[in-house]
Design a protein around this ligand. Structure first.
Ligand SMILES: [Zn+2]
Length: 354
């Protein structure tokens, strides 16, 4: 097994640096645009794959200006529609209920039930991360208000008198929702993020994975093995140096929030691309520097970026030895390698590239 150099975590300092340096995002995701957006706050993604970055106030105002007066009153002024009057109370056909303001999916018919209260009622959210909760002490009552996690639209309240399995009742105004029957095409803002994938090998995958995971616009970074000739390799096999595999990190990202070029920058900031078949104290071809591209555009960008780096004189006379090859099968590493730095509180001696 190869030697791993680890230093104590400096999480607090890193966290602060991250907050200051992050190129997060600000603008409302315009799915019609292929441009990577200039960003101000760190993008957030839900487990179900949606962009739930809170929208800036001016974007919410622009979207709210298109609403009819009742939807505006309910969502922007925390209004309540009269019971038994909402248009979605009796909807039973399969489908999805999205935020009337920003289009984020909030509830589905699968979880809808007849509460007898006169308002659409659901025993759970489409995704718990899509619906925010906060205490509401108005009218002399103690209630829990629910809002859209992306745009802050008032939806209604959640109570603990619902049916199993959650025991919850999300009591929602019809005016805060828009219904799409199953099979009907959803608008771009109601669809999950269209992600892309990039693969980078930069020595020990623990630190590389850790920092890619923190990239603004990165949904997931995963450690694994790639470019070798052994299927389903184990860590021990790869460490023996006979499989041809390189420790590799698979980066799943939102191209609207971060560009492939920015990922390349981060990759070359994190490791030393002039070291052949080693990285710091880790020696062996499994620690070689590599970019495994998934399409010709990535190949072109990677080669151009390397040529640019070589021309910059940043590495002096040392040659960049990073391999650029078409991606083969990615074999995820064992569970204990995933999020290793986050789980153990250690940090590889990898520079934070953000
Ligand atoms: Zn919303």
């Amino acid at each position: 097994m190869a030697l791993r150099a680890v230093i104590p975590s400096v999480g607090g300092k890193l966290g602060l640096g991250l907050a200051v340096l992050l190129l997060g995002c600000g603008g409302f995701s315009d799915a019609g645009s292929s441009q990577t957006q200039e960003v101000k706050v760190k993008p957030r993604y839900s487990k179900s794959g949606y962009d739930i970055t809170p929208l800036p106030r001016e974007d919410v105002a622009r979207l709210a200006a298109r609403l009819d007066p009742e939807a505006f009153r309910v969502t922007q002024k925390a209004g309540t529609e009269p019971p038994f009057c909402g248009g979605l109370l009796h909807v039973k056909e399969p489908g999805i209920f999205v935020c009337v303001v920003c289009g984020l999916p909030l509830f589905t018919t699968d979880h809808k039930f007849d509460s007898g209260t006169g308002w659409p009622s659901f025993y759970r959210e489409f995704d718990p991360e899509h619906v925010a909760r906060k205490p509401d002490l108005s009218y002399g009552m103690v209630r829990t208000e629910i809002t859209c996690a992306r745009c802050g639209a008032h939806l209604g309240h959640v109570f603990d008198d619902g049916p199993p399995p959650t025991g919850e009742r999300h009591c929602v105004n019809s005016a805060a929702l828009r219904f799409y029957a199953r099979g009907r095409e959803l608008p771009p803002e109601s669809q999950p993020v269209k992600t892309e994938v990039a693969y980078f090998a930069g020595g020990c995958f623990w630190g590389i994975e850790h920092y890619f995971q923190q990239g603004p616009g990165v949904l997931d970074a995963q450690s694994g093995y790639m470019q070798g000739h052994v299927d389903h390799p184990t860590y021990e096999q790869v460490c023996s140096g006979t499989t041809g595999h390189a420790e590799t990190v698979k980066v799943t990202y939102d191209p609207k929030r971060i560009s492939y070029r920015r990922l390349l920058q981060a990759f070359f900031d994190m490791h030393d691309p002039t070291q052949e078949n080693r990285q710091g104290p880790d020696v062996g071809e499994q620690y070689r520097s590599g970019i495994w591209y998934v399409n010709e555009e990535q190949k072109r960008e990677a080669l151009a970026f390397i040529a640019e780096l070589e021309g910059s004189g940043r590495f002096g006379k040392r040659k960049i030895v990073t391999k650029v090859e078409p991606a083969k099968t990615f074999w995820p590493a064992e569970d204990y390698h995933q999020d290793y730095i986050a789980k153990t509180g250690r940090a590889c001696h990898v520079k934070n590239p953000w």
